[in-house]
Design a protein around this ligand. Structure first.
Ligand code: ATP
Length: 518
């Protein structure tokens, strides 16, 4: 075999071609292995990537050729790969003509057991940084072993560039995927009810809450927001984020009751592709999405005890690993927790860990129930009506002073959410009408349903029912979950009725789970 200057140049050229042509690490590694073998008769070749943070090695791709037991783990601590450790430490090649001389190293013993007798390893260095190592081992030491070593040392520089390019490419792809997932998340989560222009209050109690919130927003302390259901805890959490120095990064919500033991890790930590059965794609976890931003742990009181321990662990260590990936990711987000439970009581009952409680509760905000701030009610009725009327292009009803008075006297167990739903229903049922005190009473009665409001024509009932179903399907007519199937009529019939009632499909907006239409 000729290893003259011409064939070396040819090899360098082929390797350059491989760098350009191959965009995934496996095919690049295979191309490199094939090209190098044309000149160097190795029996085993491997490329290791070195992670200086975790001081660990991972194969750039699984080793080619003779397999050596104990060296097949994809990720292993640097100490386990003694040759690599020596090369990385010294930043120089290590040429071992007789492996028996180094049999005190476990990794060398593995090579010997696999029948290999000689080995050489080179650092992969680009821009002064050790990226990893390339190793070639031989069953029988070639005659021109030393000369080969000199040539491969030069080649290692080219391989280093190839590997660096590929790693950069992989990182970009990963980043791209992450961005696509973040975009998807944002589009899913963007809900105008939580925007800065749809939060209203007039009471001194709420003014005080918001004054405290402004102070908390400026700090980075963990905040625990308490309050009955529907009092606006999530709205305030989003407000804290928007007003904080973290506003440029994401606000990410975790719905704690939805986290089962099985989901906890993949949902919060994320996972790599193939990390477990069913993990067909890489998934960015909520913690990673919240990097630099804020994380809302909603309904934290509902998190089971064993998951509380896992959560505490991450909040304390400020680091975690994706499922199926040994790389450690540093945590950097602000934690906001919300609950409608009395957490102190839950701690006493041993249902909530006290250490987690203290970690979350650096400062706390209590949102008063609506019945403790009745001054907010007239403003909320007026502004929420205007807002919904604008969104749905309906004529707003007029609330008589008696109706407003009645609404102020109501106990509002569902707080602002309940009030908002009532406003939405009246907008649908009484567009442009005056609502009297007597009428409002009917709406506030428990168990009140469509049947108890003044009768409507059959056509009106049909129109409203179609509108509701369309709102539920987000305006989708066909398909298994489309409006036609739900209403049990052919699509053409539904289209005819939509036209007959003058329903404008583009105005139909999908209500969220938090905001059912009724
Ligand atoms: N002051 C307010 N002005 C306008 N809308 C509000 C206000 N407070 C709450 N809302 C609305 O009420 C609904 C419930 O608010 P939010 O989800 O923040 O409550 P919550 O306390 O987090 O409820 P839960 O504990 O049930 O999750 C949302 O649609 C929100 O937009």
């Amino acid at each position: 075999m000729s290893r003259d200057t011409a064939s070396r140049y040819r090899l360098l050229l082929e390797i350059n071609n491989a760098i350009v042509k191959h965009t995934d690490r496996k095919t690049l590694f295979q191309a490199l292995a094939t090209e190098i073998r044309k000149i160097v008769p190795y029996d085993r070749i491997s490329i290791n990537i070195y992670d200086p943070h975790t001081k660990s090695l991972s194969y750039f791709s699984i080793a080619e050729g003779v397999s050596a037991q104990g060296l097949e783990d994809e990720n292993r601590p640097l100490a386990k790969g003694a040759i690599a450790q020596e090369v990385i430490r010294s930043r120089r090649p290590l040429i071992i003509p007789d492996l028996n001389q180094r049999s005190y190293w476990a990794s060398v013993r593995s090579l010997l057991q696999a029948g290999l007798t000689a080995s050489m390893a080179f650092p992969l260095i680009t821009r002064g940084r050790v990226l990893g190592t390339i190793h070639l081992s031989f069953i029988e030491k070639p005659a021109d072993f030393a000369e080969l070593g000199g040539f491969l040392a030069e080649l290692a520089d080219v391989v280093a560039v190839a590997v660096e390019n590929m790693l950069a490419h992989t990182r970009l792809q990963e980043l791209n995927k992450n961005l696509a997932q973040q975009k998807h998340y944002l589009l899913e989560e963007t809900e105008d009810s939580y925007g800065p222009d749809s939060f209203f209050y007039a009471s001194p109690k709420m003014a005080e809450v918001m004054r405290q919130a402004a102070l908390m927003a400026a700090s980075d302390a963990s905040v625990l927001i308490t309050g009955e259901t529907g009092t606006g805890k999530e709205v305030v959490a989003r407000h804290l984020h928007r007003e904080s120095p973290r506003r440029e990064a994401l606000f990410v919500k975790v719905n704690c009751p939805a986290l089962s033991a099985g989901l906890f890790e993949s949902e919060l930590f994320g996972h790599t592709k193939g990390a477990f059965t069913g993990a067909e794609r890489q998934r960015v976890g909520r913690f990673e999405m919240a990097q630099g931003g804020s994380l809302l742990l909603d309904e934290i009181g509902e998190l089971p005890l064993h998951l509380q321990a896992k959560l505490l662990h991450v909040l304390q260590d400020k680091r975690f690993e994706r499922v199926g990936d040994s790389r450690t990711i540093e945590v950097n987000f602000r934690v906001i927790a919300a609950t409608n439970r009395d957490l102190e009581d839950a701690v006493l009952q041993k249902q909530f860990r006290s250490d987690l409680f203290y970690r979350l509760n650096t400062v706390s905000l209590r949102l008063p129930p609506l019945r403790e701030r009745r001054e907010d009610i007239p403003l909320l009725i007026r502004r929420l009506t205007e807002l919904q009327a604008g969104r749905t292009h309906r004529e707003p009803p007029f609330y008589s002073p008696q109706a407003v008075e009645q609404l102020q006297q109501h106990s509002w167990p569902g707080n602002v959410r309940e009030l908002k739903n009532l406003v939405k229903r009246l907008l649908i049922l009484r567009p442009g009408k005056t609502i009297s005190g007597a009428e409002i009473q009917k709406f506030l009665e428990p168990g009140q349903s469509l049947a108890s409001v003044p009768p409507m024509t059959l056509a009106e009932v049909e129109r409203q029912h179609i509108e509701r179903v369309l709102a539920q399907t987000g305006g989708v007519l066909s398909g298994e979950n489309g409006a036609a199937a739900l209403l049990g009529v052919p699509r053409t019939t539904l289209q005819y009725r939509i036209k007959k009632h003058g329903i404008n499909l583009t105005e139909i907006k999908r209500p969220t789970a938090a905001e059912p239409l009724n």
